[in-house]
Design a protein around this ligand. Structure first.
Ligand code: ADP
Length: 160
């Protein structure tokens, strides 16, 4: 049984994240989406809210969602994960992701970092761009899963 973890902030999940999670679910037996919990970082949604938003969007039966606030490799070890799956949008993602991958490799070589290329249509998508557009009153419907668009609008307007 090959377990993969898909880590990220997911504040909030975008169609780019969802695509990577679903493609990982097609490759691995089990995928755990790991929401990075960081009490010092200001987020639009709390850890639990981000977990619930992700659960509402992901349809694949072999995907579960969890939070973790320590070293990712400790979580990978605890779950017996064979892979850490990351999405790459552009060369600009590469340097940081490569550094992370080499660090994780030296801390826990049993888990391979696997990079999936973003789809062309998702190359420009990021959670921060979604929040910026939404706060300025723009249409985010083509950037985020339809199940959660209203939650993001409400939060950005300060209604919830
Ligand atoms: P963001 O960069 O949007 O804040 P995260 O830190 O939550 O996202 O990223 C989690 C993972 O998802 C990272 O591996 C990141 O490269 C990947 N990712 C983010 N946005 C996209 C996208 N539009 N297409 C593919 N992968 C993405």
């Amino acid at each position: 049984m090959k377990i993969a973890i898909c880590p990220g902030s997911f504040d909030p999940i975008t169609l780019g994240h969802l695509d990577i999670i679903e493609r990982a679910a097609d490759i691995f037996d089990e995928v755990i989406v790991v929401v990075a919990s960081n009490s010092t970082k200001k987020t639009l949604f709390s850890d639990d809210e981000r977990v619930r938003l992700i659960r509402r969007c992901v349809k694949a039966a072999n995907v579960t969602v969890d939070t973790h606030d320590g070293l990712l490799v400790d979580y990978a070890k605890e779950k017996g994960a064979a892979a850490i799956v990351k999405g790459l949008r552009a060369m600009s993602d590469f340097e940081y992701e490569f550094q992370q991958a080499l660090t994780n490799q030296s801390l826990y070589p049993e888990a391979e970092t696997v990079f999936l290329c973003a789809r062309g249509k998702n190359m420009f998508l990021s959670s921060s761009m979604v929040k910026e557009v939404c706060k300025l009153g723009g249409d985010i419907s083509s950037f985020v899963p339809p199940e959660i668009a209203q939650d993001i609008y409400k939060r950005c307007k300060g209604d919830s």
